[in-house]
Write a protein that binds this ligand. Sequence first.
Ligand SMILES: Cc1cc2nc3c(=O)[nH]c(=O)nc-3n(C[C@H](O)[C@H](O)[C@H](O)COP(=O)(O)O)c2cc1C
Length: 231
Amino acid sequence: MIDRHAHPDASVVDAIIRSRRAIRFFREDAVARRVIEDILDVARNAPSNSNTQPWRVYALTGARKLALSEALRRAHDDDAHPPLRHMPDPLPDDMRSRQETFGMRYYGALGVPKSDLRLRSNVTARNYDFFGAPVGLIFAIDSTLTKYSWLDYGIFIQTVMLAARAVGLATCAQVSFARFQNVIADHLDLAPGYEVVCGMSLGFSDEEAPVNRIDMAREPVQKFSTFLGFD
Ligand SMILES: Cc1cc2nc3c(=O)[nH]c(=O)nc-3n(C[C@H](O)[C@H](O)[C@H](O)COP(=O)(O)O)c2cc1C
């Protein structure tokens, strides 16, 4: 039944979704503007509430990316901005446990001990260099919109990552950029009333880097789903 209705490319879509990983070490190879336009051209098909399409994307490379990275790096080193509270503290227990496993595997792959705050800070700073990727994306949204439009945005961002994966490119979504809203607004001349949702590194994965091989486990379907009214 399912097979008869399946899209002929279903297995390709599955493979792309299943093999996408957050990549945090990139090769230097450039990515052409045309390729990024094609990725965004796929991603603009993402659904949004009442077709509002709340996304606004800035794509940076070369000197413009470097200038933003340097400004963000300075802001990070100055530590004058309040930390970004992007999750509640404490997190619900099950999520905190998954977050701790992620931290152990991530810092472990980089050989950074949990107790070494200076080295951990250097690891965080790599976010602002877009992990060495040739292209940095910044996603902005009209800040009058509510969490439901942010939901649209999440769908859009995943679609960007899958479209990139389909053409052999790797990505890492990065909420870390939201900490430095003002720095980014200055550099990109963000429209008034717009805020940063997150950034994204985009480029070719360095397959040899151990940090690109941390395979983050997912919970089985039964653990997060409730089925009602089925046989
Ligand atoms: C919205 C969002 C924001 C994220 N922000 C960061 C970030 O700032 N820095 C980072 O290194 N990874 C960031 N990540 C990557 C997650 O840590 C990663 O997706 C997660 O550990 C699961 O691993 P996987 O993507 O390889 O499956 C973010 C992911 C998402 C979806």
